[in-house]
Structures are given as C-alpha cells and as structure tokens.
Design a binder for this molecule. Structure first.
Ligand code: MRU
Length: 362
C-alpha cells in the first residue's frame, strides 16, 4: 500500500540476504522508522515489543527470523531452538506457530547444505502468499460493501477495531482489504476507526494508513461504537482475528467482543476477515482454550505521544501505584459472527462449514 504515495510492504529482506528490514510501528504515526534486524534475537525483540505486530505480520517476520538463523547455523538443533525462542515471543496469534512450523517442516526435510537457500525461499513464499491471501480476502469481502451501496445512497459506513490493515500483514491487510478494494472500485465509503485502547493501534496505525491511502475515516473512542450503531451510522463491522477455533470462535484485539454484542443488538452485520493461517482447528472452544496475552500494566497507566515541539514523551495518567490488568485479546463467540471472510470465500462461523472449507481442495 502507499506511504507518501510510494507503494510499500511492511517488511522486506535485505538484498544481500543477511538481514530483514521492518517498520518500527511503535513510532507511527509520527515517524516512519525503518529498522534492520540481523539475527534471531533482534527478530524476537521486534515481535515481543511490537515493533511489528498483527497476526499475519508476526508470522512472516518469524519466518524470516528462521532464515536468519539458517544463514548462521542451519543444523537441526539450532533451527529448533530458534523456532522455540521465536514462538515464545507472543502467545495469542496462531500465525506465529503456523509460520514457524511451516519453516521447520520445509527445512528439516532438506540437507543442511541446502537449508540456507531454502529458508529464504520459504520465508519469501510465506510473505508473498500473505499478500495474495489478503487480496483474495478483499475480493471476497467487496460484494458485502457493494450490496450495502446498492441499498441506499451515501458512503458505506464501515467500523473496524485495532489495526487489521496492511501494517498488520505484509500488504493489503485483512479487515481493510475489502475497504481498499472498494475504494479501487470507486465505491463511496467511510471508516469509523476505534482508537483501540490501551495501545491505540486504531489511532496510531489504522488512521495513519487509511490517511496515506486516501480513504475517508474518523477516529472514535472505543466506547462510541455502540452509540453510532444505535443511530444507524454503521452499516457493517469488519475486524481481523488472531486465532479462530474449530467451531468459529474469534479471538481478536481486546474490545472486539463488545463491538460484536453491540452489532448484534443493533442488527449490524459483524464480519471477521480470516486468512486460513489464523484458523486453529486444534482448539474447539475458543473461550476456554485460546491463550490470552497479558501485557504490561504500564500500557494502561501511561500514555505516549508527540509534544508540541515534535518530541516524543510519555506521561502517567493513572495514580502512582495504581494496579492495572491488561488482557490484550478477547474471544467473540461464533454465534455473534455473521461470517468469516477467507481467501477461499465467505464461510459461516460453524464447525461443519469451516471443516468443509478447509478440507476442500483449494
Ligand atoms: O496486539 P496486536 O496489535 O498484534 O494485535 C493484533 C491486531 O492487530 C488485531 O487483533 C487484528 O485485528 C488482527 S491481526 C490482522
């Protein structure tokens, strides 16, 4: 997608194939900081500390992390240890494990001497497939927006939560892919952007990338969504996901569940954009079994931003010594989900439908 009118991906390998370039998303929207990651530990830190974030992007980043490992030592033990370390960086998004297992499966099956080239090729394939997947999600989601546009005049009003745009993926995004396709198709639309406390990925990332892309949007407090739905100002909710269970329960950024409840109460369709790399058939009951990341209380008690003189500063907004709990994800039960937009089409959030979709030949 576009940054300063130039097309960009969110990560790319160095020409010499000895490092990975990423955008340090902690610095957005104030600074486009490009960082060079030159080894497994640097990749681990970038994922753990959310320089890169978003389920598909952390999977692709970890894949390149294993390529960096293979660059130095491609033996079985070294690759397995690196995969275990990278996999421990964040617990909730299943794409991280998915990408690491795919890399290990490919690399351990070839002689050590061939692993370095194979690792870069496989990581490239994961990144390229992510782009194609998200484009397909966009194509399948577009008719939902076109149908709304045909029903009434005025822009289609989409509400989204957190950042499931191109910054959360290698390109295009998941939840925002239908929005970008609709924009390309000339559909009038407008996006309500949940700020997404406590890390504010909506305010800092989604608002930024929609602005770069020229999509009309308005930032709202997380608590405003239900009110807007009651006023008839939201046509459709589209969110991303970090792990979807076999029966269609959707784990996504904290606060998603409340949007789904408000959508149900107001008859607003609630769709989830789901690349199949985010589907976890090993977990049946998402509420019970999906691991929920607990992040630092500091994300709640403090807030950072740009001061009037252009410097970055952090201030405390809660009383000194105040305790804070910070679960980073929640689970929306399948019954509240209108449909899952995948690269193979839209599927009901139901075990039988998901089984049929994932077992069918692509
Ligand atoms: O904690 P994050 O920022 O890595 O959370 C991931 C997300 O951005 C969202 O949960 C998103 O909707 C799913 S990733 C496309």
């Amino acid at each position: 997608m576009l940054v300063d009118a130039q097309p960009r991906r969110s990560l790319w390998p160095s020409e010499q194939r000895d490092a990975l370039w990423v955008i340090d998303q902690r610095q957005l929207p104030h600074r486009l900081a490009i960082e060079r990651l030159d080894g497994v530990e640097a990749v681990f830190v970038a994922i753990r500390d959310m320089w890169v974030r978003g389920a598909p992007l952390i999977g692709a980043t970890a894949a390149y992390g294993l390529a960096l490992q293979a660059h130095r030592d491609a033996g079985d033990a070294a690759l397995q240890a690196a995969a275990q370390h990278l996999g421990s960086a964040r617990p909730t998004a299943v794409n991280l494990q998915w990408a690491l297992q795919r890399m290990l499966g490919r690399l351990l099956a070839v002689p050590v001497a061939e692993r370095r080239a194979a690792a870069w090729a496989e990581a490239d394939a994961i990144a390229d497939e992510d782009v194609a997947t998200n484009q397909a999600i966009g194509r399948h989601g577009l008719p939902l927006l076109q149908a709304i546009a045909q029903r009434r005049p005025g822009p289609v009003q989409v509400l989204t939560h957190c950042n499931a745009g191109w910054l959360a993926t290698v390109d295009w995004g998941t939840a925002l892919a239908p929005v970008y396709q609709a924009q390309a198709a000339g559909l009038p639309l407008h996006v309500w952007v949940d700020e997404t406390r406590p890390r504010n990925q909506g305010a800092s990332l989604t608002a930024w990338e929609l602005g770069q892309q020229g999509v009309p949007h308005t930032l709202i407090a997380d608590n405003a969504g239900g009110h807007l739905m009651q006023r008839g100002l939201v046509d459709i909710v589209i969110v991303g996901c970090d792990r979807v269970s076999a029966q269609g329960d959707v784990c996504n950024k904290i606060g998603t569940y409340l949007k789904a409840l408000a959508a149900r109460d107001n008859g607003v369709p609630f769709y989830v954009a789901m690349p199949l790399s985010t589907f976890d058939p090993a977990i049946e009951d998402g509420l019970r079994d999906i691991p929920i990341e607990e992040r630092s209380p500091r994300e709640l008690t403090h807030i950072g931003g740009r001061t009037a003189d252009g410097q970055w500063a952090e201030v405390q907004i809660a009383p000194i010594g105040c305790g804070a709990a910070n679960p980073a994800f929640d689970v929306t039960p399948a019954a509240l989900v209108s449909g899952l937009i995948t690269q193979r089409g839209i599927v009901a959030a139901r075990a039988d439908a998901l089984r049929a979709l994932t077992e069918a030949k692509p």
